[in-house]
Design a protein around this ligand. Structure first.
Ligand SMILES: Cc1ncc(COP(=O)(O)O)c(C=O)c1O
Length: 395
């Protein structure tokens, strides 16, 4: 029997105890339902389930008990009425737009989004008549100025990738709602443990489960969260028909990941702050981007709307691309890879990897310089992460 969720539980408890699916076998850890379809006792029962007269699973493109457990647990953590799990974070963004927008609609988006999100908006949705205007996310007047009568969606990552700049979610939700538009927040960098955008007024939350929700760099997945109508009906309806669904095996991995999410996020935050402080004092480092630093211009906002500053530290090295690549090439322990949210620290050069396919002009506007290095701080001992980075910084 499923445990009842206590609304007073904290995110650590919810991550472990919300939606604990049990079969009749009395297993303690969740079973994984690796099945593409489900069977019935009779033609009449099949007809009843297919028509919706009787509750039940039909086919894992629509529903699957393991995927549903992940969806329910994440929804409980985000404070959402509904969650739809997807094959990847990009599938979550694509599904949201395809479910809720139509040709002729307009999107206003932060110009500091993950590179693939910008490509999706420009090169895919652009072809189907959905246009996007990009704005400086930190400038509230820019969001308002970009609104048009056909604006249906405001889209932001906060913190953003790779600089970690943040947006006042409550204020932006006000701008969106005054214009009759929805606000979608990509909450990939903080997870519900550190930030719950729906409670701050956002309408939709997007996740790349690939990152911290998994936490060990094993599976690709995503999720869309929001209310019962838009997400529970519209996004789910799109998913069921179009099929960018999450695999039950991946859902099981993410379900297990949620059990340690709270603990891991706290550890990522602690080490990231220590690394940021060390980098800031380093003579070879021109600038450190981390809202946890007390003199970061958005430190107070971060303290207000977040429960922690996250695990991503980006910094600019003096000497441009050559110096940045030298730091990356000198590491012996950190993994040179673009993924983040792993137990293992990762290091990447955003200008030539995650943001390499957007135009140079867009990169410049987003503040992604050639000397920028992004470290996703893992769970190794922080002194070992520091020592690995010190090599290429000339210490
Ligand atoms: C902020 C952000 N959103 C979305 C995505 C896309 O997620 P996925 O790689 O799971 O499709 C990423 C991937 O790096 C990301 O960093």
């Amino acid at each position: 029997m499923d445990l009842e969720i206590d609304p007073g539980w904290g995110s650590a408890t919810l991550g472990i105890r919300a939606a604990e699916p049990r079969t009749g076998e009395r297993e303690h850890s969740a079973a994984v339902h690796l099945t593409s379809s489900f069977v019935y006792d009779s033609a009449a029962q099949a007809a009843a389930v297919f028509s919706g007269a009787e509750a039940g699973n039909i086919y894992s493109r629509f529903t699957n008990p393991t995927v549903a457990a992940f969806e329910q647990r994440l929804a409980a953590m985000e404070g959402a009425q509904a969650c739809v799990a997807t094959a990847s974070g990009m599938a979550a963004i694509m599904s949201t737009l395809l479910a809720l927008l139509k040709a002729g609609d307009h999107v206003v988006a932060a110009r500091t989004l993950f590179g693939s999100t910008i490509n999706l908006f420009n090169n895919v949705f652009g072809r189907f008549g959905v246009t996007t205007t990009y704005v400086d996310p930190a400038d509230p007047a820019a969001w308002s100025a970009a609104l048009r009568p056909n604006t249906r969606l405001l889209f932001v990552e906060t913190p953003n990738n790779p600089l970690g700049d943040i947006v006042d979610i409550r204020a932006l939700a006000g701008v969106a709602h005054a214009a009759g538009a929805l606000l979608a927040v990509d909450n990939c960098f903080l997870t519900p443990v550190l930030q719950q955008p729906l409670r701050l007024g956002a309408d939709l939350v997007i996740h790349s489960a690939t990152k911290y929700l998994d936490g060990q760099g094993r599976c690709v997945g995503g999720a869309v969260l929001g209310d019962a109508e838009r997400v529970g009906k519209d996004v789910f309806g799109f998913m069921r028909t179009a099929g960018p669904c999450m695999s039950p095996f991946n859902a099981w991995v993410f379900l297990k990941g949620l059990e340690t999410l709270s603990l891991r996020m706290r550890a990522h935050c602690e080490s990231a702050l220590q690394l940021a402080i060390w980098l800031r004092r380093h003579p070879a480092v021109e600038h450190v981007h981390y809202t946890g630093l007390p003199d970061h211009p958005q430190h107070e906002l971060a303290k207000r709307q977040q429960k922690g500053f996250g695990g991503i530290v980006s910094f600019e090295v003096r000497g441009g691309r050559e110096a940045a690549w030298k730091v990356i090439d000198a590491v012996k322990m950190l993994s040179i890879t673009a993924n983040l949210g792993d137990t293992r620290s990762t290091i990447t050069h955003p200008a030539t990897t995650t943001h390499g396919r957007i135009s140079q002009e867009a990169r410049q506007l987003a503040g992604i310089s050639e000397g920028l290095v992004r470290v996703a701080v893992g769970l190794e001992d922080v002194q070992d992460i520091v020592a690995d980075l010190a090599r290429g910084l000339g210490e």
